[in-house]
Design a protein around this ligand. Sequence first.
Ligand SMILES: NC(=O)c1ccc[n+]([C@@H]2O[C@H](COP(=O)([O-])OP(=O)(O)OC[C@H]3O[C@@H](n4cnc5c(N)ncnc54)[C@H](OP(=O)(O)O)[C@@H]3O)[C@@H](O)[C@H]2O)c1
Length: 332
Amino acid sequence: MEFRHLGRSGLMVSEISYGNWITHGSQVEEDAAKQCVRAALDEGITTFDTADVYAGTKAEEVLGRALAGVRRESLEIFTKVYWPTGQGPNDRGLSRKHITESLHGSLRRLQTDYVDLYQAHRFDYETPLEETLKTFDDLVRQGKVLYVGVSEWTAEQIGRALKIADEMGFDRLVSNQPQYSMLWRVIETEVVPLSEKEGVGQIVFSPIAQGVLTGKYLPGQPPPAGSRATDPAGGDFISRMLNDDVLTHVQRLGPIAADLGLSMAQLAVAWVLQNPNVSSAIVGASRPEQVRDNVRASGVRLDAEVLKKIDDALGPVVERDPAKTVSPRRRP
Ligand SMILES: NC(=O)c1ccc[n+]([C@@H]2O[C@H](COP(=O)([O-])OP(=O)(O)OC[C@H]3O[C@@H](n4cnc5c(N)ncnc54)[C@H](OP(=O)(O)O)[C@@H]3O)[C@@H](O)[C@H]2O)c1
């Protein structure tokens, strides 16, 4: 496993990290979840990503149990706040009240005194940015959070937050967690250039497009049994990418991966890691074999000719519009 700096910070992260959205506390039983975490640790992954909202807070509990007993200093544990964790109007968003309360819940569930990275899971239009950033800064001073970041923020939002932090002397954002894959490249024109200039690293999610880039979903065929597409919680999210046009183009990546001696999943993870602004690619897995498959992408270099072949194979199904980075106008 190779390691990278998280943005311009001193923190090192494994360039492939493991995330537990959809899986822990929901799609997979606790045993399988623990086996995936064990496989991740065995393969050299040290960075784990979760969120308060995953599986209605159960995912953090499962990860906390799976990592219990592992030397804390050998791990980087990331979690997030924003999406609802309860019924009340203050059980959501990025207010001082919710951020503080949610972090305390996350620490309890994760069985740790601090998280390495605390991320604003979306931009909250209903809270002054100063309030959010001051609260993050306070939690850093209290030692409960070591670094702060965001997820799916636009370049303008990240830039505004950095300006406030510089003016007020608050801790700066070190990372952004966007969706990024061969199929979804919306960060490339605005978020990445700003982030490179400002020392913000991308921790990218769904690098395998939730499984689509493994090539296991075939055009005109029902999804394979036991896959995310057949899961009641995951099916809705992946369905947006499961159309025959996308799936037909994805099948063209098979020979490119085979020529390189890679699985399609490895090619997908290696592709996001070619972007130097990417600090880590967060992979998900419902089985330990998938973790073992995906980590082989660490250290793989793809040359310009291969990158061009990938672009030619996918052609029109690649999404590049920066306007697709959106947070809800009202809190959910
Ligand atoms: N910040 C955000 O808003 C946000 C949003 C989404 C995700 N995330 C983070 O990013 C992490 C990863 O997201 P993701 O799960 O969508 O990523 P992904 O790595 O693109 O997809 C993972 C899923 O694809 C399938 N898969 C993975 N490797 C495979 C392989 N080698 N062979 C066959 N199937 C394979 C598995 O699903 P099946 O076996 O069920 O088919 C697995 O659960 C999440 O856990 C979370 O930490 C963050």
